[in-house]
Write a protein that binds this ligand. Structure first.
Ligand SMILES: Cc1cc2nc3c(=O)[nH]c(=O)nc-3n(C[C@H](O)[C@H](O)[C@H](O)COP(=O)(O)OP(=O)(O)OC[C@H]3O[C@@H](n4cnc5c(N)ncnc54)[C@H](O)[C@@H]3O)c2cc1C
Length: 316
């Protein structure tokens, strides 16, 4: 079967990319998914808040997704994409793209969907990275239930931390806000204390672990320690959007943190033929939201291909 150009190349095989692929292969499109194999929540053993799959391993979900895409003839390859260029077909005015793998291999497609997720930039706190995704987590809705009524610490990493710490009071009466000497407004401190949230202003030094290697608390700069069962924090979300910006997709300040590629509700970017879905354009996308965005993008890309096919057929 002739495959090049593919109808659609999807870079990133997480919830967003695989959901788009499933829609497209079921619409009988020839789809290639190129995936680096490092989904954002791959560090977590279980995922929650995912209807029908609550408590599943995130990796098992994606394995099932790959099987489902392959069942309809989609191809999912483990590969890192290093670059992309637009190769519009001047004869019929149709967009097109070539992607280059790290191996140097070049692959072409009529449409490109980028679903490469984001990187969580953690604060510089020794010991934290070792517990990321297990004892140290980001999302109360994903991991709050598992530590209900236990000792929760929240790191002040930015303006949204105040909301996060107030949110976590919903899950436990034992919540401490570690501000690392950051100044808090009097009203904010009053709001925390009024709900029984402790405020620890001293500088933090490291995250501690017990003999089994599990997170056990925080050591402060004066060498005192606070025992904890979990730490929540807001890492800085950095979109893996180099392919999108390299192709000229328009960005704008968004989500209160840096520039993000803008998309319409279907995931269409400012570049004809180029779509994006999931965490790469929306840091708030949980697994169901990323999957939904991919689902919508898949249908929209198919519709866009049909528009092109009508134009080409009319031209004769
Ligand atoms: C610790 C933690 C726990 C979480 N728990 C939950 C939870 O319980 N429930 C929930 O709903 N959400 C949870 N999330 C959020 C969840 O991780 C995201 O919603 C989800 O991963 C977004 O899917 P995505 O497809 O956009 O990106 P990802 O899942 O990150 O997938 C992106 C894929 O693109 C690939 N990629 C990137 N660049 C390239 C490239 N250049 N070439 C090829 N491939 C590339 C990556 O390897 C990766 O496989 C959690 C997040 C974290 C950090």
């Amino acid at each position: 079967m002739q495959q090049e150009p593919w109808d659609v190349i999807i870079v990133g095989g997480g919830s967003a990319g695989l959901s788009a692929a499933l829609m497209l292969v079921r619409a009988r499109r020839r789809v290639l998914v190129l995936d680096g194999g490092a989904p954002r929540n791959g560090v977590a053993a279980h995922m929650h808040g995912v209807l029908g799959r609550d408590g599943w391993s995130p990796l098992e979900l994606l394995e099932r997704g790959r099987e489902e895409v392959a069942r309809y003839g989609g191809v999912v390859r483990t590969a890192e994409v290093a670059g992309a260029e637009a190769i519009a077909d001047d004869a019929n005015g149709a967009p097109g793209f070539a992607v280059t793998l790290e191996s140097g291999e070049r692959l072409t497609a009529r449409r490109l969907l980028v679903a490469t997720g984001l990187r969580d930039e953690l604060p510089d706190l020794p010991g934290l990275v070792e517990h990321w995704g297990t004892g140290a987590v980001v999302c109360p809705y994903c991991d709050g239930w598992e530590v209900r009524d236990l000792r929760i610490g929240v790191l002040a990493t930015g303006p949204r931390s105040l909301h996060q710490v107030q949110l976590l009071r919903q899950w436990s009466p034992s919540v401490t806000f570690f501000t690392n000497e950051a100044e808090l407004a009097d009203d904010d401190v009053a709001g925390l204390l009024a709900r029984g949230i402790s405020v620890e202003p001293r500088a933090w030094a490291s995250v501690t672990a017990d003999e089994a290697g599990r997170l056990s608390g925080i050591r402060l700069a004066d060498d005192s320690t606070t025992d904890l069962d979990a730490i929540f924090l807001g890492p800085r979300p950095v979109p893996n959007d180099a392919l999108l910006t390299g192709l000229g997709a328009t960005t704008a300040p968004a989500f209160g943190d840096g520039d993000w590629v803008g998309v319409d509700p279907t995931g269409r970017t400012s570049v004809p033929g180029l779509w994006a879905a999931g965490n790469v354009v929306n840091p708030g996308a949980s697994v169901p939201i990323a999957a939904g965005a991919g689902n919508f993008a898949g249908a929209a890309i198919n519709a866009d291909l049909i528009e092109e096919e009508i134009r080409v057929s009319l031209a004769g």
